[in-house]
Design a protein around this ligand. Structure first.
Ligand SMILES: Cc1cc2nc3c(=O)[nH]c(=O)nc-3n(C[C@H](O)[C@H](O)[C@H](O)COP(=O)(O)O)c2cc1C
Ligand code: SF4
Length: 537
């Protein structure tokens, strides 16, 4: 008998003093796969058998193909079973899963699986592990240590710590967070705001959602540290309305944090006030762009503002405003708790720290993988993602959301760091990866990029408003083979105008998916066939 089985046997012979904790995720991805029904079946079966248990609704561990993933705290450690359906529950009890009994769904310790063990979880360290709304659990796993340290430092020292960590904005533009905070801290005026961009509109992205659902105090702590650093008393989380579970988690967490003195008129007896509210968006992609988001927060239509002035100088209601993505704020507690050098030690070049990569699209093992910058697409797609779900070769990956380039197989070994990606005409963005196999038609995907831009354009500037509609028409002509050479020239010129003439990155970056598809997959546009014909003539 091996050591683990021996421990399990001992455990089953023991009468535990406290009922075992059984974890069933409350994360939206797990719920969509039946986690509520599983939780209910576990509660019913435990009651029927007279087994005392404590049911905890945790966040997701991020191994989506194993959801709903049930974990049990046993004397042999925390053991997992998945994917579990409600109909499996009586069998799990019969197998003695409360003490780690053998069962076809048994996975052992999640933390020992290579998918999990090889990650570098800094911001996601607690997600899936703890009860998202338990302040005790949060504190027991290092929560509020960053805030406690920040309260011993001057505002300038907090900003310096964030600057030294090398943290850059995780929302897409990768602007250095410390420099932004410094600008707001030094801006004139008594009223300043901290705004969290939780619009997470990019296709294939879900790290913000998972963090807010699975570890909401981490975001609250990061925003509170930001408020102390820049001198703000009021914060807002701008959350997409499509995230009702995150909304409920945040509302509950804010209420509990306030009651415990982590928010409110006197944060942890510091004499500093910080209040936090959640505002829901109404479903426009452009409201993720920071100035359109400010308009929306002010109750107006989400239209992009011209810059300057920067929001750091004149932002929400014209006041100096820190705007950061969820993951940027969520990185701050660990930076303060463990020090800038610890965080900076992860990554390479000017891309420091870790990024939660989101594996989506045609993959066998989709999920969340937090790794230091420098990991390659090939590692993420194959070592973690397990290759395509269809079993066909992966042909292209759209990295960084709908404005990101399509990366071909020949570039799968380029390290994922901001500068290396810019050098190949791509962007890391918010770390979303959407994989396509060799049945994908890249010309249709390029057309979709233009169509998306036309649908989501705020209409303020001509290159985007008109250009995207013309772009769809030109692509239709190219795909149909109508005066292809002439229309390809028009497309290149149109993309050049959009790239250089648009007011914001919606129009400005739509050429990335379009031109990358054309450059790397010309055969899908009929271009290779034209060249063959020319060569034969
Ligand atoms: C069209 C468009 C959509 C965007 N959507 C988001 C979004 O959903 N979430 C986000 O954090 N940033 C988004 N951004 C980037 C924001 O404008 C801004 O750079 C970011 O919120 C700043 O935070 P950071 O420095 O922490 O990244 C978007 C930008 C554009 C142009
Ligand atoms: S690029 Fe598009 S979304 Fe951005 S300001 Fe111009 S019209 Fe609006």
């Amino acid at each position: 008998m091996n050591a683990r089985a021996d421990m399990r046997q001992q455990a089953s012979a023991q009468r535990p003093d406290t009922p075992p904790r059984v974890f069933v995720p409350i994360d939206a991805s797990a719920l969509s796969l039946g986690a509520d029904q599983v939780a209910q079946a576990i509660a019913v079966e435990a009651a029927r058998r007279g087994d005392a248990i404590t049911l905890v609704r945790n966040g997701s561990r991020g191994l989506f193909w194993l959801e709903p993933l049930v974990e049990v705290e046993t004397p042999a450690g925390r053991l997992a079973y998945g994917p579990v359906q409600a109909k499996d529950v009586p069998g799990l009890f019969a197998a003695g899963f409360l003490t780690g009994g053998a069962h076809p769904r048994a996975l052992g310790s999640i933390e020992a699986l290579p998918y999990f063990a090889q990650q570098e979880r800094l911001t996601f360290a607690r997600v899936g592990l703890t009860d998202p709304l338990s302040l005790d659990d949060y504190r027991a796993h290092g929560g509020f240590a960053g805030l406690a340290r920040a309260l011993t430092l001057s505002a300038a020292e907090v900003v310096a710590e964030v600057t030294d960590s090398g943290l850059r904005g995780r929302g897409g533009a990768a602007f250095p967070t410390g420099i932004k905070w410094n600008t707001v801290a030094n801006a004139a005026g008594d009223t300043k705001y901290v705004v969290c961009n939780a619009d997470e509109g990019d296709s294939g992205t879900f790290s913000d959602r998972m963090l807010m659902e699975g570890d909401p105090y981490c975001l609250i702590e990061g925003m509170t540290i930001a408020a102390l650093a820049v001198g703000a008393n009021q914060g807002y989380i701008y959350l997409r309305s499509e995230y009702p579970h995150a909304f409920r988690a945040l509302q509950a967490a804010i209420g509990r944090a306030r009651a415990a003195g982590y928010l409110g008129p006197d944060v942890q007896g510091s004499g500093r006030a910080f209040e936090l509210e959640v505002r829901l968006g109404a479903g426009a992609y452009i409201c993720g762009e920071e100035t359109a988001m400010l308009e929306s927060l002010e109750g107006k239509r989400g239209v992009v503002r011209a810059k300057p002035p920067l929001p750091a100088i004149a932002g929400l209601f014209g006041k100096p405003t820190v705007i950061n993505n969820v993951m940027s704020f969520a990185s701050v507690p660990v930076i303060l708790a463990r020090g800038a050098a610890h965080y900076r030690d992860f990554g390479l070049g000017r891309s420091r720290g870790t990024l939660p990569f989101q594996l989506a699209g045609n993959l066998r093992r989709p999920g969340l993988v937090e790794k230091a910058f420098g990991v390659t697409l090939r590692e993420l797609l194959y070592d973690y993602g397990g290759g395509s779900a269809s079993g066909r070769p992966i042909r292209a990956v759209q990295v960084g959301g709908p404005l990101g380039a399509y990366v071909p197989e020949s570039q799968f070994d380029v390290p994922l760091d901001y500068e290396a990606y810019v050098a190949i005409g791509a962007m890391v963005g918010h770390g979303g990866l959407v994989a396509f196999d060799d049945s994908a038609d890249l010309a249709q995907l390029a057309r979709y990029a233009m169509e998306f831009c036309a649908a989501e354009s705020c209409g303020k500037c001509t290159p985007c408003r008109i250009g995207s509609t013309r772009g769809v028409e030109v692509l239709d002509r190219i795909i149909a083979g109508t005066e292809r050479a002439k229309n390809l020239t028009v497309l290149e010129s149109l993309c050049d105008t959009m790239l250089n003439g648009s007011l914001c990155a919606l129009g400005g970056m739509t050429p990335y998916p379009v031109l990358s598809a054309l450059r790397h997959f010309p055969e899908d546009f009929g271009v290779a066939a034209d060249l063959d014909k020319k060569a034969a003539a």
